[in-house]
Design a protein around this ligand. Structure first.
Ligand code: FAD
Length: 403
């Protein structure tokens, strides 16, 4: 990973302007979605410029933290499943092209009351799309997974094909591939604003102005700053992740323990986490990583406090104390990250209203977008180069929210 980071850092344009100032497509933000968009656009032969305000990757937006859960039995809505089928295929394709490890199949355990929306939603998507999911009662679950202690009446589901993807590595791989295919990627280049001028768009940055025929907006938590019409729609929240050292670390290691999600009956959202990963194979801290998936404190991207608090730690300790008798000895590292939430917690992937055919936007991933990166990049390419996509994104249209 460090080598790949160095390679990308040496091939991006960090200060000098590219020779040309006119592109087919400019991508605003080369993070999760933007890096994949740059790759798919460059692969289709477009002359692409990707503009990133920080380095690639970085810890200020939504993609830091080593791992992101990927799963198909989507409790949020079954309409995501066809997109996930494509996302899984595209992750595999990225692995094939780069010979790197991006998708790691660990299996995923879901715990919760049978009438909880998460459990019902997993079963609904699994039933509709024939996704393998095994159901275990409390006794069978704790016999197979003695690491967890479950309240009476909980049910356990196991999705064997779920696991995690590696965000920083994936972003670097897509960026590297995009550059190899001819894309120009500029880091440390902050976009101030963009506007339509005649048939083209002009993008103003701290490195000067660039022009293009089509725009892709993938600015994550900064999206509403570049698209003020979305200020009422997108809410940025501060989220905290922790890596803890369990009392019995060996029982939480990869191979003995999978990814997991707990729909606690008294708390909103879900607690979730990962197995302890082997040293040296993955970027980032070592430990039993966990977080709480529910919108945190509403924040501004420029002033948000990045320092974890005792309350943040106490919230995660609640989950460890209640469900994992040997899960906690001490906290190793805590970090903050940002969600960009829509009012219904579903994504926006569409043309920007008023710029149909010209400006595509992917935003408001509401804390569950990373697993889709590999298909979102392809969809954005379709929208700006072909004028439509065969991927079923109708339910994610932008006009469902008032401007
Ligand atoms: C703690 C946490 C846990 C998560 N867990 C999961 C999970 O388990 N599974 C899952 O699928 N998803 C998960 N997610 C969600 C997922 O990571 C996000 O949905 C995804 O990373 C969003 O991608 P993005 O491209 O919109 O934002 P980012 O990756 O932040 O990219 C936006 C980029 O645009 C750049 N940018 C913005 N404005 C400008 C500008 N003016 N000029 C130049 N560049 C600019 C930013 O610097 C940034 O690099 C999690 C998110 C968090 C925070």
């Amino acid at each position: 990973m460090e080598e790949l980071k160095k390679k990308v850092s040496n091939t991006v344009d960090q200060s000098g302007s590219p020779v040309d100032k006119h592109f087919d497509v400019i991508v605003l933000g080369v993070g999760s979605m933007g890096s994949a968009a740059c790759y798919f656009l460059a692969r289709s032969g477009a002359k692409v410029l990707g503009l990133e305000q920080f380095d690639i990757p970085h810890e200020m937006g939504s993609h830091a933290g080593q791992s992101r859960i990927i799963r198909k039995a989507y409790f949020e809505h079954p309409d995501y499943v066809p997109l996930l089928e494509s996302a899984y295929a595209n992750w595999k394709e990225l692995e094939r092209i780069t010979q790197a490890e991006v998708y790691i199949k660990t299996g995923l355990l879901y715990f919760g009351k049978p009438d909880h929306q998460v459990i019902k939603g997993v079963l609904e998507s699994a039933g509709k799309y024939r996704i393998p999911v095994e159901k275990l009662d409390n006794r069978a679950a704790t016999a197979r997974y003695p690491q967890v202690s479950l309240p009476n009446g909980y049910t356990t589901l196991l999705e064997p094909d779920a696991g995690f993807v590696t965000p920083e590595r994936a972003i670097l791989l897509y960026t590297d591939q995009a550059i190899q295919l001819g894309a120009v990627i500029k880091t440390k280049t902050a976009v101030f604003h963009w506007k339509k001028e005649g048939d083209d768009y002009t993008v103003s940055t701290n490195q000067g102005e660039f022009r293009c025929k089509k725009l892709v907006i993938t600015s994550g938590p900064w999206t509403a700053k570049l698209v003020p019409a979305l200020k009422q729609t997108l809410t940025v929240t501060r989220q905290v992740i922790a890596w803890v050292i369990p009392r019995k670390p060996a029982s939480f290691e990869w191979g003995r323990w999978p990814c997991w999600m707990i729909a606690d009956e008294h708390k909103p959202g879900i607690y979730y986490g990962f197995p302890i990963l082997p040293v040296g194979r993955f970027h980032g801290p070592i430990g039993f990583k966990l977080a709480h998936h529910t919108p945190g404190m509403v924040s501004d991207t420029d002033t948000v406090s990045r320092i974890p608090t005792p309350e943040d730690e106490a919230n995660l300790a609640y989950c460890l104390d209640k469900y994992f008798p040997d899960g906690y000895a001490n906290t190793h590292v805590m970090k903050t990250c940002l969600y960009t939430n829509t009012p219904d917690e579903h994504f926006i992937i569409d043309y920007l209203p008023g710029h149909e055919g010209k400006v595509a936007i992917a935003a408001g991933f509401s804390g569950h977008g990373f697993k889709f990166v590999s298909v979102v990049g392809e969809i954005l390419r379709d929208l700006v180069l072909s004028g439509s996509t065969s991927h079923p994104i109708g339910f994610l249209h932008a006009k469902r929210f008032p401007a």
